[in-house]
Design a binder for this molecule. Sequence first.
Ligand SMILES: C[S@@+](CC[C@H](N)C(=O)[O-])C[C@H]1O[C@@H](n2cnc3c(N)ncnc32)[C@H](O)[C@@H]1O
Length: 309
Amino acid sequence: MKPQAAPLVVRTALREAFAELRVAGVPSHTLAAELLLMHVLGRDRTWLYAHPEKEISARDAENYLALIRRRAAGEPTQHLTGKQEFWGLELEVTPDVLIPRPETEHVIEVALDRLGVREKHGGRPQRPDGAVLQIADIGTGSGCIAIALAKELPAAGFVATDISSAALAVARRNATRHGVAGRIHFLECNLLDGLSGSPLATRHSPLLFDLIVSNPPYVGRREVATLMREVREHEPEVALYGGEEGYELYAGLIAQAASHLKPGGILVLELGHNSLPAVQPLLDSSTWTNVSVTNDLAGIPRVHSAERL
Ligand SMILES: C[S@@+](CC[C@H](N)C(=O)[O-])C[C@H]1O[C@@H](n2cnc3c(N)ncnc32)[C@H](O)[C@@H]1O
């Protein structure tokens, strides 16, 4: 897109942006151009296509041009708009957090399924003893998993950990925005290490969970060349890489989950595209039962879940 002499109208702005992003090899370039114009004008997609001849102010045209250039240079659309939808919730995202992915919604589906919430919607109580569910989200990032579950389970209490204080600041803002901050205790620590020193648990009454969920970093450093530049150059390394192979964090995660789940408690883990062979043997039958694997829409084993004996 060139700076314009004549006033720019919506149709021309979109056409030029489509062309610039396509030439730059931006994936889903049409959608990116639309989302960025929607962001600049504060309008929805229907409005854009209903007003193709509407003039864009010089200031908006300049802002749009700047965003299209940044997108063409590889910055993710979500970093430019500052938001991403997850489970129907609009979440703030910054370069400090992983941009929530659609496949992570399978973690929510599996967790809700396994908690029997869908039956509850059919008339059964959330828990037969009426106790409040305690849930931990390890590596919460933007907070997407904990916040989506908190919206679905209005009586549940949460601990959400992350090793990144910058990510936790974003997660806290997202929780506040969605009215669930009062039920999520955010903790900066490695996996669940911080629990023992926290006022949430004492030596005499350790905090045990009904559900532990996690989407840990699972990309292998040896795979770095295969990542899209949007991911490789713009998303936080600590959120992407699990180690040289990618699956290195699962052993510690599963061991900690075993000691922090109640008997009958549920573990739900997101898997990397090739993590299953390394993770499956860790859910051994002396500790875990009802182990299952759920594929994502692309047919990739994406979610591993199990029940603590
Ligand atoms: C793949 S991202 C997932 C973020 C978010 N839960 C989601 O699903 O979009 C992994 C997150 O785990 C955090 N993390 C990495 N290593 C960790 C560790 N050892 N303990 C706790 N959190 C960790 C990262 O900072 C990052 O926010």
